[in-house]
Write a protein that binds this ligand. Structure first.
Ligand code: URA
Length: 201
């Protein structure tokens, strides 16, 4: 059994500071910095991704790299203003393998994700969103505490305690497709699910 970190901060600013000093798993060491969530404590809608990538690690901000561009396009299509949301990732440090000059994304282990889940938990408690969109299986698992088949469970509100969670695909899923039609289907699925989230608020 893995014990998640227990946050002590009771404000988002305090939580950011705390996340920046996290040493609860080895991922902090090669990373540039932690990437806490971003947005208003008053946000009604919270979006949760998987983990920061290269650009997020360098800037300290979530969803600013290629996945962030895909997300921004889907948000625009759904008529959602990023400024009004709280956006975070299930895991707060970039995990990578150096390959020459590149840093290649590595998926966080289930143990790393479970430990890091305590930060997400406190973000949810502090923002108290009306609806949480879990983008991808890692976010869904972190929020619901079980394995989730994204394609089967997307587009329905899953009640979890006081929380309402809507599962959708991760923005990077479209970027990973070799086939242009498949890529477009993923991009459209994300935009449609975000539009549904907007209607559910
Ligand atoms: N993917 C995520 O899940 N989060 C980010 O911040 C960037 C890419």
């Amino acid at each position: 059994r893995v014990e998640p970190v227990v946050a002590s901060a009771h404000t988002l600013d305090g939580l950011r500071q705390e996340i920046h000093t996290c040493r609860a798993c080895p991922l902090w060491q090669p990373a540039t910095q932690a990437v806490p969530g971003e947005g208003s404590a008053a946000a009604r809608l919270m979006l949760v991704g998987e983990q920061p990538g290269d650009q997020e690690d360098l800037t300290g901000r979530p969803f600013v790299g290629p996945a962030g561009q895909a997300l921004d396009a889907a948000l625009a299509a759904a008529g959602l203003d990023r400024e009004l949301l709280y956006i975070t990732s299930a895991v707060k440090h970039f995990k990578f393998e150096p390959r020459g000059k590149r840093r290649v994304h590595q998926r966080a282990s289930s143990r790393e994700a479970a430990v890091c889940g305590g930060w997400l938990e406190r973000e949810v408690e502090l923002v108290k969103p009306d609806l949480i969109v879990a983008m991808g299986a890692t976010a869904a698992r972190a929020l619901l505490g079980r394995d989730v088949a994204v394609m089967q469970e997307r587009r329905r509100v899953i009640e979890h305690g006081w929380r309402r969670v809507l599962v959708t695909v991760h923005p990077a899923a479209a970027l990973r497709q070799q086939d242009a039609d498949a890529a477009q289907r993923y991009a459209e699925a994300l935009a449609a699910d975000l539009a549904l989230a907007a209607r559910l608020l």
